[in-house]
Design a protein around this ligand. Structure first.
Ligand code: PLP
Length: 405
C-alpha cells in the first residue's frame, strides 16, 4: 500500500476497540445484553420529593429528572462521542443543523460578531444571515484559506466566535484550524469547528478547537435512516453554557435514534476505512480521465489545503468533489449525472451507498475567487464494488466525448 493509501484509513485504528467495547450495560451484578437497550420515557419517578430535588439541581450532569434531558441511551451515546472527539462532554441534539444552531445560540448574544468561512454548510449560512441577523448578531465571511493577517483584520472587539468547517462544504478547502484557533484566542473569542467530514480523523481539541459539531446523520448513523447531531466541548465552563442552552431549547434525541446511532458507531471504523480506500482509488483514477480538470479530495495535491490535510489529519472519508474541464457544459454534466446507475441522486452522505450531487456554482459567495468555475459534482463513495462504481463513471464520462455540448 502506498503511503497515502495507508494514511486515508489509519485514523480509525486508534478508536476501534473503544467503539466495539464501549457503551455496554454494567455487568457487575450478572449477565447483560451486549448492547444498551433503547429505554423510552418522559416521566422519571422518584421515591421522595427530596430525592427529586437533589436530582434537579444536577441538571448539568448526565442525569435526568425528565426525558427531555436525555434518556440513558442518549447519555451512553454522548460518552462514546466525547471519546471519539477527544472532548470531556457531548450534548446530543436532534439534527446536525441544530448542532450548528444550538452551539451558536448558546454562546452568542445581541451585538456579538461571528466569523464564518465562505465555504460553510449552506443552512448554517442561512441561519446566520436571517435569524442571527434579526437578533442583532452580525456575521462576516472570511476566505477559507485566509492568511493570519487577513483574518486578524476581520476581528472586531465584539467578535465572540470564529467558526471553521474543514474541508468546507462543496469546495473541499482544508482550513488551517490551529492558526484560526490561535487568532480567535488572541482576541478572546472561541473557535468552533463543524467536524462532520473529519470525524475520527481530525482530533479537534488537539488542534485548539473549543467546540466541535457533528452531523451524526452522516457516518455515525451510517445507514441513511436517522437525523441526529452532537456538540462536544472540553471545558467545564463551556459545558455549563452549552448544557443550559440545550435544555432551554428543548434539545434531545429520541431513544430509537440514539440506538441506531450507537449501532452505527460499532462498525464506523471498518466502514470508514473501506470507504476511504475506495474513494481514494476512484479519486486517483478520475484524475487520469481527460474530461476531469481537478479532483477536490483533500488527500490529493489538486485539493486546496492539501498540505494542511497532510499535517493535521490522520485519514479521510468517502466524500469528495470533481471539477470537469471548462469545455464541458453544465447541461452535459447534468445529463451524465442523470445517466449514472450506481450513484443515487440525493442530499446528505455518509451512508453505505454511493451518491452523486451536482455542485456547480457552489463557489464562494463573498470572498471572490477560489471555488471551481466549471461544472462540478460531489461523489460519496459507498460500500459497492469499486470496479462497478468505476465502470459506471467511465460510461458516463465516455458519453461526454463528442456530444453536442
Ligand atoms: C449534513 C451536514 C450538516 C447537517 O446535518 P443534518 O443532520 O442533515 O441536519 C451540518 N454540517 C455539515 C458539514 C453537514 O455535512
Amino acid at each position: 500500500m502506498s503511503d497515502i493509501e495507508t494514511r486515508v484509513s489509519t485514523g480509525w485504528k486508534r478508536l476501534a476497540s473503544t467503539l466495539v467495547q464501549g457503551a455496554r450495560e454494567d455487568a457487575s451484578d450478572g449477565g447483560t445484553l451486549v448492547n444498551i437497550p433503547p429505554t423510552r420515557g418522559s416521566t422519571v419517578l422518584f421515591p421522595t420529593l427530596e430525592a427529586m430535588n437533589r436530582m434537579d439541581g444536577r441538571s448539568h450532569a448526565h442525569k435526568a429528572v425528565y426525558g427531555a434531558m436525555g434518556t440513558p441511551i442518549q447519555h451512553e451515546l454522548e460518552k462514546l462521542l466525547a471519546s471519539i472527539e477527544g472532548g470531556t462532554h457531548t450534548q446530543v441534539v436532534n439534527s446536525g443543523l441544530s448542532a450548528c444552531t444550538t452551539a451558536l445560540l448558546a454562546f452568542l448574544g445581541q451585538g456579538d460578531h461571528l466569523l464564518l468561512p465562505d465555504s460553510v454548510y449552506g443552512p448554517t449560512r442561512r441561519f446566520a444571515d436571517t435569524m442571527l441577523k434579526r437578533m442583532g448578531i452580525n456575521t462576516t465571511y472570511y476566505a477559507p484559506l485566509t492568511t493570519r493577517e487577513e483574518v486578524e483584520a476581520l476581528i472586531k472587539p465584539e467578535t465572540r466566535i470564529v467558526l471553521a468547517e474543514s474541508p468546507g462544504s462543496h469546495t473541499f478547502e482544508v482550513q488551517d484550524v490551529p492558526m484560526l484557533a490561535d487568532v480567535a484566542h488572541q482576541a478572546e473569542a472561541l473557535l468552533f469547528l463543524d467536524n462532520t467530514w473529519g470525524i475520527g480523523v481530525f482530533q479537534p481539541f488537539e488542534h485548539g478547537v473549543d467546540l466541535s459539531i457533528q452531523a451524526l446523520s452522516k457516518y455515525p448513523g451510517g445507514h441513511s435512516d436517522v437525523i441526529i447531531g452532537s456538540i462536544t466541548v472540553n471545558d467545564e465552563g463551556h459545558w455549563k453554557t452549552l448544557r443550559d442552552a440545550s435544555i432551554q431549547l428543548g434539545q434531545c434525541s429520541s431513544p430509537d435514534d440514539c440506538w441506531l446511532t450507537l449501532r452505527g458507531l460499532r462498525t464506523i471504523g471498518v466502514r470508514l476505512a473501506h470507504q476511504a480506500r475506495s474513494a481514494l482509488e476512484i479519486a486517483q483514477w478520475l484524475k487520469t480521465r481527460p474530461e476531469v480538470a481537478r479532483v477536490l479530495h483533500p488527500a490529493l495535491e489538486d485539493c486546496p489545503g492539501h498540505e494542511i490535510w497532510k499535517r493535521d489529519f490522520t485519514g479521510a472519508c468517502g466524500l469528495f468533489g470533481v471539477e470537469l474541464k471548462p469545455d464541458i457544459s453544465v447541461a452535459a454534466a447534468e445529463r451524465m449525472i442523470d445517466g449514472l446507475s450506481m450513484f443515487g441522486i440525493g442530499a446528505s452522505w455518509g451512508g453505505y451507498e454511493s451518491l452523486v450531487l451536482p455542485t456547480t456554482g457552489h463557489v464562494r459567495r463573498v470572498t471572490g475567487e477560489g471555488g471551481p468555475k466549471a461544472a462540478t459534482f460531489r461523489l460519496h463513495i459507498g460500500l459497492e464494488s469499486v470496479d462497478d462504481l468505476k465502470a459506471d463513471l467511465a460510461r458516463g464520462l465516455d458519453g461526454l466525448a463528442g456530444v453536442d455540448q
